[in-house]
Design a protein around this ligand. Structure first.
Ligand code: B3K
Ligand code: ZN
Length: 869
């Protein structure tokens, strides 16, 4: 048990700060093991209290002065310092010492390789100095950094560089000034030796902004795409939202040791190198799109997050949901809207629905938190974005834009709440969002059930809609949500019935039970429901195979076509799981195979969409379809269905593969990417029924590839089907790419997802690979994360060995990097729908964690919530 039990904080207890800090001057004397930080803050009283409490952790206090006088009336604790009897207005000078080298949690100031860098969100600044570490305290910053000249030629912080000089003894210094008041979570400092890519951007009002991307020595050629993405982001935000950049310089630094994707620090983003470095030989199409999206996301935060920030951390979705929405729109405007939508929905269905159904369920605005880092979740981010998207659907593009304009006009420079945002949307558009606000406080996935009725004599069609949200772990009472349901109605031959003159209509589902009537419908229609995934809900309607095939072919909305294919597969998967459980054989009707054949050979359907239809849902994403998850039956049913599809479509798959595979020198564009994706889908599926043939194709594919996307396609096919060439290709890849950390991560990830019987043994052996280190989050996620999330058979082995293995790793990470540990634990806490034997094995491991003497609060929160289920 943790020494003293960590306490939760509650949204309802929010109180405005009783002191404010208007400006802070920071001085860093950088040293790997003993960095001295001097913080001079202008503090003023804003409430009734006489004692000032400042957060601080892992700090050594050297001195404390008030208005230049030594002050010893204070109390230190593990959480911070309480300074007693302070004046109303004063200058507080604090000198502290920290040890960046010992900081393996990668929060606060730490070393990534040979460079110093920081990560302060959510509550990392308190590891740098004692401070009011809360987002509603906004101050202007000046930062002076002094360090060794040769080891740290670049000294960076937020804002504009205002002075620099020689400090003697082989040291130099640089001073930065950030004119925009900000909360301390946006503070950043970087010092190191880098290669620098420079460019510029002329803003819409004609200001020149210097753009700088810092990468490890030798990686300059891999920063170009990130630079283009940054310029594209700046232009897009001007065009779509009328938002211009505000400083004279925008810097991005790529580091190898980083807990998450990237961080939007004002004017100085720090990025996981995974989201910066790319060239055609090292990066896949998806890597490129990921870079574009994350560069965009962090850039868009400058307005949604930095200029307007959160009042408290419960409001995190104010900036994250909105910024995810903005980055999704950016990717969709630049690339394929359909492919983007499909992939965003895959995340919701696979991960967010599972979070809602698990012990960590929470509304997009959580109400109670022990460790804030545990709430950077698919719910806050991705469901948060879906909630913004619903507002966009309800208001329309013009209404939404008016709402955004009003939001910026009202709140620029302030720390605000989700309610403030919704109010601006409502005021600007006149659309009533009273009931809609419930999405912010109610967790869980609404289940929408739809039945219909058609009357040929009156030509009236009715949709009966019911909604119900099951109780979640932390919230038992649920009410009806305001759900926008975007529909199309198609005839049997695929023609559209016009709905108020249009092919689609958005229905407002607001009651527990509701009926919608449509007149003038001359034959029984087939409804396409939740077009474009217009709400983050699960829905059911008893479609026949024939109806789904019609939607796959004729729905106007690309997402709906893909979704119909999902429904068709899922419907038969569910039936086949039952058959497997009853020891019957798995079957797929000829008609269903024909429907897939029709898609594969279609000249009408976009290639990218065909590729998405043939990129079948992973094992664990199918779990959402079941109340009780029978891991082995689902595995068998899926595997056999895919093998049967593969057998039946072997000729067509081979033909489509040949038509599109490896046709031209690599270029990153939508058309080519679609061809590569389709070739991969064909090859991977073919490998299941024709391993000998696929083995030849995979080898050729690997040898002839001039890019990482195709190289990986060959490896993926060889890996999932355990083709004979698998081991030699893997070996060759390892030899070839051992020097490149990001590419090696792909190799670790493939190795971890091998379907071989002794996969756990192989993963354990790889802990000794020279390129592996638990200290590096990317490597840890590549090997351990891929195993526990992507290797269902290996991790969920009924002997419990996978659970034991993960827990052993978590015990180590608990002390070195609790944030990474708390991410990795996810598959271990979402056990409620698994069989009893596995549940028992898992609980045993969770109890083992709970008995650790120093269980970090990140893990404590998740483990206790899981065991309380
Ligand atoms: N705001 C950061 C995430 C910080 C995570 C802290 N554990 C990146 C982002 O969402 O843009
Ligand atoms: Zn973000």
């Amino acid at each position: 048990m943790a020494a003293s039990q960590p306490q939760a904080k509650h949204l309802k207890d929010y109180q405005a700060p009783s002191f404010l800090i208007d400006s802070i001057d920071l001085d860093f004397q950088l040293n790997e093991t003993a960095t001295q930080v001097t913080a001079v803050s202008k503090v003023r009283k804003a409430g009734q209290q006489n004692d000032l409490f400042l957060h601080g952790e892992h700090l050594t206090l050297i001195s404390l002065e008030i208005d230049g006088q030594g002050h010893s009336d204070y109390t230190l604790s593990d959480e911070g310092i309480k300074i007693h009897q302070v004046p109303d207005d004063f200058i507080l000078t604090l000198v502290t010492e920290i040890n960046p080298q010992a900081n393996t949690a990668l929060e606060g100031l730490y070393l990534s390789g040979d460079a110093f860098c920081t990560q302060c969100e959510a509550e990392g600044f308190r590891r740098i100095t004692y401070y009011l570490d809360r987002p509603d305290v906004l101050a202007t910053y000046t930062t002076k950094i002094t360090a060794d000249k040769t080891k740290y030629p670049y000294l960076l912080s937020n804002g504009n560089k205002v002075a620099s000089g020689d400090a003697g003894n082989g040291k130099h210094w640089v001073q930065w000034q950030d004119p925009f008041p900000k909360p301390c979570y946006l503070f950043a400092l970087v010092a190191g030796e880098f290669d620098l890519l420079q460019d510029s951007y002329k803003t819409v009002s004609g200001r020149d902004v210097a753009l700088e991307i810092f990468v490890d020595k030798g990686n300059l050629d891999k920063a170009k795409f990130a630079m283009q993405s940054l310029q594209a982001s700046m232009q897009w935000d001007e065009q779509r939202f009328g938002l211009e950049y505000d400083l004279d310089i925008y810097m991005i630094v790529a580091v190898d040791f980083f807990n998450m994707g990237a961080m939007e620090n004002k004017g100085l983003n720090v990025f996981n190198s995974k989201y910066v470095l790319a060239n055609d030989h090292t990066a896949t199409d998806d890597d490129y799109y990921g870079i574009e999206a994350v560069i965009g996301h962090e850039y868009f935060h400058n307005w949604t997050g930095n200029r307007i920030t959160c009042r408290d951390w419960f409001q995190l979705s104010l900036k994250e949901g909105l910024t995810v929405f903005r980055d999704q729109e950016f990717s969709s405007d630049l690339g394929s809207r359909a492919v983007n939508r499909i992939n965003n929905v895959r995340i919701i269905r696979q991960h967010q629905f599972a979070e809602d159904a698990g012990p960590m369920s929470h509304p997009i605005r959580p109400e109670s938190v022990i460790e804030m880092n545990n709430f950077y979740t698919v719910t806050v981010y991705n469901k948060g974005s879906e909630v913004i998207r619903m507002i966009h659907t309800l208001l329309g593009e013009a209404g939404f834009r008016a709402g955004m304009d009003l939001y910026f006009e009202r709140f620029d420079g302030q720390a605000v709440t989700c309610d403030d945002f919704v109010q601006a949307m409502e005021d600007a558009s006149g659309v009533d969002l009273t009931q809609f606000r419930r999405w912010y406080r109610q967790s869980g996935t609404p289940q929408v059930t739809i039945t219909d009725q058609y009357d040929a004599t009156t030509q009236q069609y009715q949709l009966h809609v019911t909604q119900q949200t099951a109780p979640t772990a932390e919230q038992h009472e649920k009410s009806a949500q305001h759900i926008p349901m975007d529909i199309e109605l198609l005839s049997e031959s695929g023609e559209h019935f016009l709905l108020a003159g249009k092919k689609n209509q958005v229905l407002n589902v607001t009651q527990t039970e509701q009926t919608f009537s449509f007149d003038g419908i001359c034959s029984k229609p087939i409804p396409a429901l939740f077009r474009e995934f217009s709400a983050p809900v699960k829905y059911s309607y008893q479609y026949s195979d024939q109806e789904l095939a019609t939607l796959m072919q004729f729905a106007d909305n690309d997402f709906s076509r893909w979704d119909a294919a999902q429904n068709l597969f899922n419907k038969h998967l569910i039936a086949n799981v039952t058959r497997v459980q009853q020891q019957q054989s798995v079957t797929i009707p000829e008609f269903v195979i024909d429907a897939y054949r029709g898609v594969l050979l279609s000249n009408e359907i976009d290639l990218a969409l065909i590729a998405e239809v043939f990129a079948f849902a992973s094992q664990s994403s199918l779990w959402e379809l079941f109340e009780q998850v029978d891991i082995d039956a689902i595995w068998q049913a899926r595997q056999e269905m895919l093998t049967q599809l593969s057998t039946a479509l072997a000729d067509e798959l081979a033909c489509v593969y040949r038509q599109h595979a490896l046709k031209a020198a690599y270029q990153l564009n939508q058309e080519q990417a679609a061809k590569r994706a389709l070739a991969r889908a064909c090859l991977t599926l073919l490998a299941l029924s024709a391993p000998k043939f696929a083995d030849e194709l995979a080898q050729q594919h690997y040898q002839n590839s001039d890019n990482m996307t195709d190289t990986l396609s060959a490896l993926i096919a060889a890996n999932v089907a355990q083709l004979p060439c698998r081991d030699s290709l893997m070996q060759d890849f390892d030899q070839r790419w051992r020097h490149d950390a990001l590419v090696l991560d792909k190799w670790f990830s493939l190795a971890a997802t091998t379907p071989a019987n002794d996969s756990l043994g192989q993963v354990k052996a790889l802990l000794e690979h020279p390129g592996f280190s638990l200290k590096n989050p990317n490597r840890t996620r590549a090997l351990i994360g891929s195993f526990v999330n992507g290797n269902v058979q290996g991790f969920h082995n009924s002997d419990g060995s996978g659970y034991l293995f993960l827990t052993d790793i978590l015990c180590q990470l608990n002390t070195s990097n609790p944030q990474v540990a708390a991410r990795l634990i996810t598959p271990l806490i979402q056990f409620k729908r698994l069989d009893n034997d596995r549940q028992l094995l898992i609980k045993e491991q969770l109890n083992r964690l709970l008995s650790l003497p120093n269980l970090a609060k990140d893990l404590y929160e998740k483990v206790t919530r899981a065991l309380a289920q």
